[in-house]
Design a protein around this ligand. Sequence first.
Ligand code: ADP
Ligand code: ZN
Length: 520
Amino acid sequence: MSTGIREAREALKLYFGYEQFRPMQEQIISNVLGGQDVLVLMPTGGGKSVCYQVPAVVMPGLCVVVSPLIALMKDQVEALLVNGIPAAYLNSSQSGEEQYDIENKCLNGAIKLLYVSPEKLLSAGFFSFLKRLQVSLFAVDEAHCISAWGHDFRPEYTQLRALKQQFPAIPVVALTATADKLTQKDIQEQLQLNQPEVFVASFDRPNINLMVQSGQNRLHKITEFLGRHHGQPGIIYCLSRKATESLAKKLKENGYNATFYHAGMNAQLRAKAQEAFLRDDVQIVCATIAFGMGIDKSNVRWVIHYNLPKNIEGYYQEIGRAGRDGAKSDALLFYSFADVINMRNMLSENDKAQTELQLVKLERMQQFAEATFCRRRILLQYFGETMPKDCGNCDICRNPPTSFDGTLLVQKALSAIARTQERVNMSLLVDVLRGSRNSQVLSSGYDRIKTYGAGRDIGTLDWHRYLHQMLNAGLIELAYDQNYTLKLTDQSRQVLFEGRKIELVKFEEVKQQDEPRIKE
Ligand code: ADP
Ligand code: ZN
């Protein structure tokens, strides 16, 4: 054991009160102490901070921590001070005098950890200030923000490449809890890390049961779910601020102890909602994704996604707020095709260069929702981990889908699309297949085509699910730019004309819903 690691262990005990490092922490720290650049991928709660805080204490001089989360900086610094580690932060929220005071302390060698926002780091004169200090280490927190491939790209982060140019001899430790494989590579390149050691801790959270249900009758399904989670704290993530408020209101009207949280509320109200949840005064928080960052509540028993998240990174982070204590927890995702379309429209309003990437990420999310094999495998694979076997703790593992020869079913659908000249959207197609007599069917004369009513034996919802499978398999396409009409593809022609056989996954029968007990 090197001296460095022995000192680090003593520091861990002395300042943080922990007996030993978690396995990966020790390796990371010994690399950092050896002057090596490292990239650390560790899920939230994995113990990333120790990986640079302990070296900062052991090394001479000071460690500069770049963090985009000004709100969290203060908490981190306060926690360090309580542990007896001299720390400070610099950001734009402080007065000139305050900043001057901290800079002086740094110059006098009285600070071991200095947290700065990227703006501050890159501001005029700051590099020359740093050059007057003995900087031993740079830590870049939330390092995925540097990559346009990540899901939280912050353009100001890209200038952090200047760090290595200005301070080539000072080791950099980059940390993130969320980066797919491409993003990991990009972080290394952007920060110009010098032959970095990459540490990927397991992202598996085996105690979280992964479930996906269709988005029909969500409210009813939520009340059923809550019936199985009496009094247990949980979060319902919604897409819009308005939705958080209206859902909380409905739940309250139905006797649940719920509140809402979103970034449009003033700081006081937000703090109040957060506090109430932390103290278990409120059971349910209906929130936008703004909720949860930096919230340390270990007994969150469940997370519901009312809508499909934008990407797997976000989904993983949000479900990760459940079960930090390691006890059994549930993650329930509602999935509806309408949500996908909604989200696609939202994404298309964004910056063009980002849109395509975001659409691809959304598609991965959708594939997760429509998975036909172990969901955890899909999730971990996304972050570059492979699982030796299925998890046994997701809805698919518990209830594996069976496949059947769906050729005839697919042929019926394709033929109906062809005979309606590819002019119908999904609902209308299902109406035609089921022989509905609604006015749109009749006025278009679709009741006279050969496949009218040919799919009467299959329920509307099931038809939608099969059509989604066909979409996923590329057997049909959805023309977003032509009123969402369904189009045939080369693959459809193989089924229609070349005798190609198609396996479909069988769904569980959709039971007739009970009358909703809840006011919608
Ligand atoms: P992250 O930044 O990865 O989300 P933190 O650094 O905040 O995680 O650590 C998560 C929790 O684990 C904190 O409460 C921290 O004090 C604790 N922790 C970190 N390292 C250890 C350790 N070696 N032994 C025990 N607890 C630890
Ligand atoms: Zn599984």
